[in-house]
Design a protein around this ligand. Structure first.
Ligand SMILES: Cc1cc2nc3c(=O)[nH]c(=O)nc-3n(C[C@H](O)[C@H](O)[C@H](O)COP(=O)(O)O)c2cc1C
Length: 149
């Protein structure tokens, strides 16, 4: 009985600590104004730390590129909400997998929206970890290139 409890507890612990990442590209819907974008960014920066979600949201030429890192259940739930959001469309998942370590953890902003050099360097590190160069077709790379160094 004790053994069973230990095993169940072990699985439960693993489940709790399992970390996951989702990275996607999407296109802004036409209706989105600058002020609405600002509102959205403010909202995200306030909410994500409370969910212990790290990552980045980059915006360039009507496209969003977002990286979410965190507890698997939290990431999946958040992404389920995000993908239903009418403010963007054509969502293209680039990565959806478990991770050993978060790339954006210990980063001063933890969750970042600004397109600073440091943000982009993080994104490069993140993508290179997954053999991005060899894994994805050229047309996808072309879409992501504006976000990279
Ligand atoms: C491109 C994009 C990225 C988003 N990223 C996040 C995010 O990281 N965290 C978050 O809480 N909401 C994010 N949102 C907003 C959610 O889609 C949603 O509006 C918000 O979570 C409120 O959902 P609710 O009204 O169902 O509570 C994002 C929306 C868009 C369009």
């Amino acid at each position: 009985m004790n053994d069973l409890r230990l095993i169940t507890g072990g699985f439960f612990y693993l489940y709790i600590i399992m970390e996951h990442t989702i990275c996607y590209l999407s296109k802004q819907t036409e209706a989105l104004k600058n002020s609405e974008l600002e509102e959205l960014f403010k909202y995200i920066l306030a909410i994500n730390p409370t969910l212990n979600i790290t990552g980045a949201l980059l915006y360039n030429n009507n496209f969003f590129l977002q990286v979410l890192e965190g507890n698997k259940e939290t990431v999946n739930e958040l992404f389920a909400t995000i993908r239903k959001d009418k403010r963007h469309k054509n969502i293209l998942i680039i990565l959806d997998q478990k991770i050993e370590n978060r790339i954006f953890e210990n980063y001063e902003a933890n969750f970042s929206i600004m397109k600073t050099k440091a943000d982009i360097e993080r994104l490069n590190t993140y993508l290179s970890q997954y053999d991005f160069e060899n894994k994805y077709p050229k047309n996808l790379k072309t879409l992501i290139e504006p976000f990279l160094l």
